[in-house]
Write a protein that binds this ligand. Structure first.
Ligand code: C2O
Ligand code: CU
Length: 434
């Protein structure tokens, strides 16, 4: 599960509870200034880490907008090299998608770029650099983007939990070698220290809490065991489930999100299960008692306004190839999709607006991949039945899955592995919607 062992460094060290996701009050238009930051990634008292961040912190500030409203963000790049911001999971105007070389020019150091878009879906999203992403996301250039329902479900706390891992020296220094080919050919750059960082440190017993889990790691698939509360999963990748689902063990590929609504019984713990004892990623302490707990059942969030797919479907297939212990392929880099490494000159497919396609994703490799489509959400198919809507789907080694998508958002859209070293080493393609 974790070839690079996670270091058991207690997150319970004195003062560790002071770690909380920044929640900055934002002026409109919002400015996100990217630049070097010093972060306390290890527990307080341990060494600090030189990272990149936004408005002085990593993760960057949590952006919040109401469903259907416009978000205006001035991105000020001060990191010392090119960058751009991608709004992961937002069914966005193509020109605002933040992909250098495809939807915009890279933003040079010292320059600004104005992003402006409407957020059509309520849910949990995030933003991250899409420029040398395997390096810049690893260095901390990302943050949560929350789109609030017009009538949010009744909860006592709405908590974002950013999950990530880092490869750190003993003193907290972020190790270099972001472009390491050995990492790229295997599971990607896995960290040796991991953390789940909640935006709220403390709740009361009996509180109803919405938890928005976001995996911001560049490579690691996080299994998460939640304890201390009971409740339901209500959304995946910012898309409400038709019916709330029992929690069990949670699994998040890089870039995936899970929304839960839970009732707190005791200290909320987020654990990474391992063969021996669990590795604690983070916790929310419990203080006091809620005198009047919310008693209603946890019900489904209002359904997203995503077009229903209609047969006949156009059938396509996408085979993931390469990597260590993988077979040969015709591509020129470590990884390939359908025998091609890197962005092809011509798209995988060109769709008429509104066309529905069923894409068979075939993982012929010895590693898991989290495949992400820009600008759309798709259904994971259960046989012939369209299941959950997602923007990133996890395929374990040897696994095949059909996804079903109504391609109704015009533009050029990336389809790539969100193990960011994999996409850097060939695992990416694109589609065009006319
Ligand atoms: Cu979250 Cu192409 O990325
Ligand atoms: Cu991959």
């Amino acid at each position: 599960m974790s070839p690079v062992p996670l270091t058991r460094r207690s997150v319970l060290a004195a003062g560790a509870a002071a770690l909380a996701l920044p929640r900055t009050a934002l002026a409109a238009p919002t400015v996100l200034r990217a630049g070097p930051v010093t972060a306390q990634i290890l527990p307080d008292g341990d060494g600090k880490t030189a990272m990149l961040g936004l408005n002085g912190t990593t993760p960057g500030p949590e952006l919040r907008v109401r469903q259907g409203e416009r978000l205006d963000v001035r991105f000020e790049n001060r990191i010392g090299s090119d960058s751009a911001l991608h709004w992961h999971g937002i069914r966005i105007d193509n020109a605002m998608d933040g992909v250098p070389g495809m939807t915009q020019n890279a933003v040079p150091d010292g320059a600004d770029f104005d992003y402006s878009f409407v957020a059509p879906d309520a849910g949990t999203f995030w933003y991250h650099s899409h420029s040398r992403s395997w390096e810049q996301v690893e260095q901390g250039l990302y943050g949560p983007l929350i789109v609030e329902e017009k009538e949010p479900p009744q909860v006592d706390h709405d908590v974002t939990v950013m999950i990530d891992d880092w490869r750190l020296e003993e003193d907290g220094t972020l190790m270099g070698g972001f472009g390491n080919r050995h990492d790229f050919a295997h599971a990607g750059r896995l960290g040796n220290y991991a953390r789940a960082l909640p935006s709220v440190r403390q709740v009361r017993r009996g509180d109803r809490v919405r938890l928005r889990l976001i995996n911001g790691a560049t490579a690691r698939v996080f299994p998460v065991a939640l304890s201390g509360a009971t409740g339901k999963i209500v959304a995946l990748d910012g898309m409400p489930l038709q019916a709330p689902r029992d929690i069990g063990q949670l699994m998040l590929a890089p870039a995936q999100r899970i929304d839960l609504i839970v009732d707190v019984a005791q200290t909320l713990r987020f654990d990474f299960p391992t063969r021996d004892e669990p590795y604690e990623l983070g916790r929310i302490e419990v203080m006091g008692e809620n005198p009047s707990p919310i008693a209603q059942d946890i019900t489904a969030l209002p359904a997203a306004n995503v077009k229903t797919p209609t047969a006949p479907y156009r059938d396509l297939s996408l085979t993931m190839q390469g990597g260590a212990m993988g077979g040969r392929h015709a591509g020129e880099d470590i990884w390939a999709l359908n025998g091609h490494s890197g962005l092809p000159d011509t798209p995988l497919a060109t769709f008429q607006r509104g066309e529905t396609a069923r894409i068979r994703l075939i993982n012929e490799t010895a590693f898991p991949h989290g495949m992400h489509l820009h600008g759309h959400h798709f259904h994971e198919m259960n046989g012939e039945v369209p299941g959950d809507l997602r923007d990133t789907t996890l395929l374990h080694r040897g696994e095949t899955r059909d996804i079903l998508c109504v391609f109704d958002n015009p533009g050029k859209w990336l389809l790539h592995c969100h193990m960011l070293g994999h996409q850097a080493a060939g695992m990416k393609t694109w589609v065009e919607v006319l």
